[in-house]
Design a protein. Structure first.
Length: 88
């Protein structure tokens, strides 16, 4: 960043802090769910509970993974937060 101005440096610092916080939340979520703590209730109308899905990468790929429509909803919600709520 020898030729970058202060504005670019501040933007990169902001993005680095934001990504660090997201990583911390992901790690905390991993530790909590592997520790056995899950949200109460059902995740869908067919009666699947939150703890009926596996932890980690197995929740995304594998035989007992979250359905594709659920993953699309999660990604769309994160995109909405990124674009609409978490602005500079």
């Amino acid at each position: 960043l020898t030729d970058a101005d202060q504005e670019r440096f501040d933007r990169l610092r902001y993005v680095e802090i934001k990504h660090g916080r997201i990583c911390q939340l992901a790690f905390l979520g991993q530790v909590v769910t592997r520790g056995g703590l899950h949200l109460p209730g059902d995740i869908d109308y067919s009666g699947d509970s939150f703890d009926s899905f596996p932890n980690g990468i197995a929740a995304i790929i594998g035989p007992d993974s979250i359905p594709t429509a659920g993953l699309v909803q999660i990604i769309a919600f994160i995109g909405f937060l990124e674009i609409g709520v978490m602005k500079d």
